[in-house]
Design a protein around this ligand. Sequence first.
Ligand code: CAA
Length: 396
Amino acid sequence: MTLIPLTELQRDIQKTARDFAQRDVAPLAAELDRESRFEHALVTRLAELGFLGMLIPEEWDGLGLDATSYLLALEEIAVADASAAVLMSVHNSLPTQMLLHYGTDAQRERFLKPMARGEMLGAFALSEPDAGSDAASLRTQAVRDGDDWLLTGTKAWVSHGTHADVILCMARTDTSDARVGAKGISTFILTPDLPGFSVGKKEDKMGLRSSPTVQINLDGCRVPGDRLLGAEGHGFTYALASLDHGRLGIAAQAIGIARAALEASARYATERKQFNQPIASFQAIQFKLADMATRLTAARTLLHAAAAAKERGERITRFSSMAKLFATETAMWVTTEAVQIHGGYGYVTDYPVERHFRDAKVTEIYEGTSEIQRIVIARDLLAAVSRGDVDGLLTD
Ligand code: CAA
């Protein structure tokens, strides 16, 4: 049963994703996490299902599906393995969407088509070691050299940057005035074969351990002029607009993690006996399960309302931040309760909830921390107030 009305096609996609995730992804998740191992075969399997081009129109070799279908599939992958889900989310939401919306036909032909078919994996490079929440303070510079650009700087926190074939990278093209800030940033389409491009430090993370997160070093990296995406100086707004969609994906990932933790906890509570009865017979446990399920359902409902607004072509900045904020804090809360229900067994690797707990944490941090989501939501609300738009407080 679901509170979200689904079409037959959406149900089919959800079932395909669930069958695949439970059969091919879930059995490997704990081992990949333990060994911090990236499994490239997973990319191939996701590509075969079309899951790396779900939101790309068929004319660019994607499946041309709606946001709801994509988020349902992503949730199923996240239930099985949150590391696989972040790969699917980043690729589908950020680099492919940027190419689709701002690329030239030649760029779409060369990069978007193979990315939609899953033959090229896409990554996103906005953050830097000293530019996280304040993304507009990034310092990587791009200077013209004839028809080319030379990029110098270090990008940070690049998901699956070790295996990415195409990286959408934000760099500063206008350094004339510190006040230029966000307006002096442009987007470049990088590939690892460019001279001066190298993969740097790999992070040793608490969770999502089978998703390699790396720095990318650009040492006078020579980028051909036709790799500039869209208009010079518009890169920051392209990145933020893409993050509006990316944040829906992270919300779906968080919901999947929370669901896995809830399912494991409900199962455990019926099997585990203390005081001569299954712990599920105690109200203390029942109340936890009830609250976990209620918050999870609320998060999913908010996410799919935001996805429906996106499908209607509405501006979703506030609602995608709300969905991400609520879903990711729900995931952290649900996984904490899941560990508590499991007691000592929740604290060891024999049971999956300690992995879910570790995986949940980063969803409150990447693609904008919870604090940044609150800033985005509050700014939008206050803008409605200053317009005197009472309706705007609850709508856009
Ligand atoms: N869509 C389009 N344009 C937008 C926008 C949006 N959602 N939000 C803002 N803009 C535009 C503004 O209109 C403005 O343009 P104009 O000057 O032309 O009007 C420009 O962008 C700058 O906006 P702000 O003045 O609001 O910028 P700011 O410096 O105050 O920053 C912020 C705003 C919300 C704090 C932003 O910096 C932010 O979201 N920070 C978090 C960064 C983030 O999410 N990073 C995640 C990196 S990806 C990742 O996590 C790794 C991974 O692979 C998973």
